[in-house]
Design a protein around this ligand. Structure first.
Ligand code: EPU
Length: 419
């Protein structure tokens, strides 16, 4: 079990190239099996979730070649229709394989994903959407078995704009004759990225990003080379780190539009964010001001995946802040860890009340989940003394070597292996 040791006090200073998006690359890897030809994904993020997805694809029969720059997936030999339950339990995104497998081999079996570290995360909307396409779904001792022998293009209206359900239904309908329409679809940039990837393969999909997606069935898809969008949550995390440490950061490989909801909050908190010579600049001088109210929303609202990090910023800002988590029912597990550092936070159901304090102090902490873990690292950057954080495998799921990145930006952080 590895740990981070972080000595707080240094500002973030330097430049950063943002990794490819985790939440784009996971469905894109799943979608790559829709062709019989090889696809290559460039600039993929070197994170644990990608390793776990590769393990699942390999177990299904894909041949994978990977180097630092790209992953090549050869799906021509997929025979297995069951996703190994141990592998599936490591990665909730294994559920994204249902859609592509139903399109490709007409049958799929997957263990029901259990509860998880940020709430229940059911899959009823995925299942209802598949059933609306006339896909047969049977539950059998903790597993779901789906068959698309009788599948037909159809009209699917989602009860919640679920990112994963939208992606699954897009992938389940690419080969269905006629037009499938997904209404109340998620509008996240990763949905647009999946549409772009599938269309490059030869699919006929339009409307991603608008809430209504139309999929015109095609006969087959070809293998392609593709580069996912930059990771807006990783970018947002390092922007917030810059605000907390009163630093200066220059960013390349970013999409400003994808982080606008954060930029407007950081400007209120007294940071400057602007673009110069094509690079994003973040400059933060003096103690940040608290933001009165932050509510997580579907895109383009403030993302739930930055809720923990912005709460961490509120802990040391001047004033009071109220944070409302509208997407997941239990995404405040990390709060008790921040309290060990002297943060003043009260949580009631989905609402967190934060009174900013001048200083946090060191503590021995444990990461509870991916984004909560990132929030603890951010707090440690400004805490007095040496903070340790264990269970950092949660952070490895979504961030490329955070210790290396932060060290390159002037932070005193060490990763200690096998403690
Ligand atoms: N929901 C249901 N039933 C379903 C599906 C979703 O009730 O069948 C609920 C969820 O419980 C949640 C809400 O709908 O309350 C939204 O969930 P959604 O399905 O949109 O989330 P997801 O597809 O499971 C993706 C990201 C998450 C991100 C959410 C929301 C990936 C791989 N994961 O999850 O990313 O928080 O969308 O934007 O794309 C992260 O990166 O840290 C992360 C958790």
């Amino acid at each position: 079990m590895s740990i981070y040791e972080i000595v707080g006090g240094n500002p973030i200073e330097g430049s950063l190239n943002i990794q490819g998006s985790k939440n784009s690359v996971l469905p894109i890897l799943a979608a790559s099996i829709l062709s019989d030809e090889k696809s290559t994904i460039k600039n993929y993020p070197h994170i644990l979730d990608v390793e776990n997805m590769i393990d699942i694809l390999t177990a299904l029969g894909c041949k994978i070649k990977k180097d630092d720059e790209s992953i090549e997936i050869d799906p021509s030999n997929i025979k297995e229709y069951e996703i190994n339950s141990l592998l599936a339990s490591k990665l909730r995104s294994s559920i994204f394989l249902l859609g592509p497998m139903l399109s490709k081999i007409k049958i799929a079996k997957i263990a029901y994903p259990g509860g998880c570290d940020i709430g229940l995360r059911p899959i009823d909307i995925h299942i209802q959407g598949l059933m609306d396409l006339n896909i047969d779904v049977v539950e059998e001792s903790g597993s779901i078995i789906c068959s698309s022998k009788n599948a037909k293009a159809g009209d699917v209206t989602l009860d919640i704009s679920s990112v994963g359900a939208t992606e699954n239904i897009m992938m389940a309908s690419v080969f269905l004759k006629g037009e499938t329409v997904i209404r109340n679809a998620a509008k996240e940039p990763e949905i647009v990225d999946l549409q772009n990837f599938l269309n490059k393969m030869g699919a006929k999909i339009s409307g991603a990003g608008s809430g209504i997606i139309r999929i015109e069935g095609v006969d087959k898809l070809k293998g392609v080379e593709y580069e996912p969008i930059p990771d807006r949550i990783v970018l947002g995390t390092y922007m917030i780190a810059t605000a907390m440490t009163r630093g200066r950061l220059e960013v390349s490989n970013y999409c400003l539009e994808h982080v606008q909801s954060l930029v407007s909050k950081l400007r209120k908190s007294s940071c400057q964010v602007y673009v110069k010579n094509g690079k994003m600049q973040i400059r933060c001088i003096g103690r940040p001001k608290s933001i009165d109210k932050i509510e997580t929303m579907f895109y383009p609202g403030f993302p739930t995946d930055l809720q923990a990090q912005i709460l961490s910023l509120q802990c040391i800002s001047k004033g009071y802040s109220v944070i409302v988590e509208n997407i997941f029912e239990s995404r405040y597990k990390y709060v008790s860890e921040l309290s060990k550092m002297g943060a003043n936070i009260t949580v009631k159901d989905r609402v967190a009340f934060v009174k900013g304090v001048e200083k946090l102090h060191q503590a021995n902490l444990s990461a509870t989940d991916l984004r909560g873990g990132a929030a603890l690292v951010l707090a440690a950057l400004v805490a007095e003394g040496k903070t340790t954080i264990k269970n950092i495998f949660h952070i490895d799921r979504g961030y490329e070597d955070m210790a290396k990145t932060l060290s390159s930006l002037g932070i005193n952080i060490y990763r200690i292996e096998n403690e």
